[in-house]
Design a protein around this ligand. Structure first.
Ligand code: GLU
Length: 503
């Protein structure tokens, strides 16, 4: 068997949507599973839909979550160029070739003429299709005489190249995920293969490049399933062997019905793009997973499991693990429902696997005001808080009291925790810890015990008001740990300040 080669072939029409990112990921995983190559090809033949920055965005996003192509416009490779707009001479050659066969013809109908015909059909309540039933009544090299065609060509009349869809043929197709199905060619139209500016359309450029780039498997979104018949016939027309096909189901809205859209993301508060994207036209910024604080490993992992079940229902898998296990036969036929909670769960899991040093770097990156903060202190905060965090910035948000002293105290908690004896008890505690030689959580806890015992108070009776003086509310990790991290001076200051201010 020849080498497995898989391509991801996005059009640079905007940022990569979650669905596109998942297609790229499955392309990558399949290629790596088979020891094959993963190719990125930019399909930019439709200049009207080109969005500035989209190509760079796609490459950056893929690199971010770890799927670096073996061949791409950036990495080069033996089958380049990898941008369709740079492959014009290749397409010209094949345009000539297909026009010599009985699978293509040229058509002179202007867009205005076709619009008028469409309107006529609509008026009759019908839909016009340029196909094997209508083509003989239109202006093309099948309906016109050779002399007429020659004359039109000589007078430089613009024309397109169309595929000549065979009449009444049943195509027996096979998709790796969906199995066997058949299509009658009478349901397909004569698609434009080459536009009047000489540039090929998606369909033609796509099959030429897949052939030229020796692509063995086409794994792409299900929106392309209806094109499979045409593509298979195009391979036949060119005398080439068709690759294998696998069409992936949609990623569905959280409620389960319909395709996940950017609007769902806005509504439920999750991004639908890997990275932030600023629309060059409107300046509007769409949120990305990276900027939200998702770890690339978590992103790749949750994305892969939207539509694929690894063996034994394993959930936490690295890219390498996934590549080892990936199997198109285990990719679901039905759409996969997106869950924000699940995505966050994955991030939480991966966050726990990080070392404290790594987390400190991540924390600093997402909270710039911490960039000059004491590393050692951050390290200890991270250790204490990570268990509760989903995103690096949560460590800061839930542990703000480590960085700023409380300026007010939770009223309800005060009522519960504070009484007339509290100031004296806490002052004594402050004195006790200010002379502690070894200022660590263990000794601080011991001091607390001794104090509570000597006053005949339960631990809680001392701990609660103490926590309030340090945190401002009844939240956070163990009090001795907080005191150790805040340090002697800051802790006693906070306690004495509260004693002075609360009454
Ligand atoms: N350029 C197409 C797209 O943007 C690629 C479809 C395919 O993979 O064949 O989705």
């Amino acid at each position: 068997m020849s080498k497995v080669r898989v391509r991801f072939a996005p059009s640079p029409t905007g940022p990569l949507h979650l669905g596109g990112a998942r297609t790229a990921l499955y392309d990558y995983l399949f290629a790596k599973n088979k020891g094959g190559d993963f190719v990125l090809r930019i399909e930019d033949t439709d200049t009207t839909r080109y969005v500035e920055g989209a190509e760079e965005y796609i490459m950056e996003a893929m690199e971010w979550f770890g799927i670096v192509p073996d061949e791409s416009p950036k990495h080069g490779g033996p089958y380049g160029p990898y941008r369709q707009s740079e492959r014009r001479d290749i397409y010209d050659r094949y345009t000539e070739q297909i026009l010599k066969t009985d699978y293509a013809y040229i058509a002179f109908d202007t867009p205005e003429e076709l619009d008028a015909i469409r309107a006529e059909y609509e008026a009759k309540g019908e839909v016009f299709s340029y196909d094997n039933k209508t083509r003989s009544a239109l202006r093309n090299s099948i309906s016109l005489s050779e002399a007429e065609v020659q004359e039109l060509l000589e007078s430089k009349t613009p024309f397109v190249v169309r595929f000549k869809m065979p009449f009444d043929r049943v195509l027996n197709l096979e998709d790796i995920i969906r199995g066997k199905f058949s299509v009658n060619t009478n349901t397909l139209d004569d698609k434009v293969l080459v536009k009047n500016d000489g540039m090929p359309t998606y369909h033609f450029a796509n099959i030429i490049d897949d052939h030229e780039m020796k692509i063995s498997h086409i794994i792409r979104g299900e929106e392309w399933l209806p094109s499979m018949g045409l593509h298979v016939l195009l391979y036949e027309a060119m005398g080439w062997e068709a690759p294998e096909f696998a069409h992936l189901s949609l990623i569905l809205k959280p409620e389960g019905k319909g395709k996940l859209s950017k609007r769902d993301g806005d509504k439920f508060g999750f991004p639908v793009f890997p990275l932030d994207f600023k629309d060059p036209q409107t300046g509007v910024v769409s949120n990305g997973y990276r900027e939200q604080g998702y770890l690339p490993e978590a992103f790749a992992n949750f994305l892969a499991l939207l539509g694929w079940s690894p063996a034994d229902d394993k959930e936490i898998l690295s890219l390498d693990d996934m590549a080892k296990e990936f199997d198109l036969n285990k990719v679901h036929k039905a759409g996969a429902r997106f869950s924000k909670e699940k995505a966050e769960w994955f991030n939480h899991q991966y966050l726990q696997q990080k070392s404290n040093d790594e987390l400190v770097s991540l924390l600093k990156a997402s909270v710039p005001e911490l960039s000059n903060h004491d590393e050692d202190k951050l390290n200890r905060i991270v250790q204490l808080m990570k268990e509760r965090a989903t995103f690096p910035k949560d460590i800061f948000e839930m542990g703000k009291f480590f960085f700023v002293a409380p300026t007010s105290y939770d009223e309800k908690a005060l009522k519960k925790a504070w009484n007339e004896d509290t100031p004296a008890v806490l002052t004594e505690f402050a004195d006790k810890i200010s002379i502690l030689e070894k200022f660590d959580a263990e000794n601080i806890k011991e001091s607390l015990h001794q104090l509570a015992e000597s006053k005949g108070l339960g631990m809680g009776k001392v701990m609660m008001p103490l926590r309030l003086t340090l945190v401002g509310e009844l939240k956070g990790p163990d009090v001795p740990d907080i005191i150790e991290i805040l340090g002697k001076e800051e802790s006693t200051n906070r306690i004495l300040n509260a004693v002075k201010n609360i009454n």
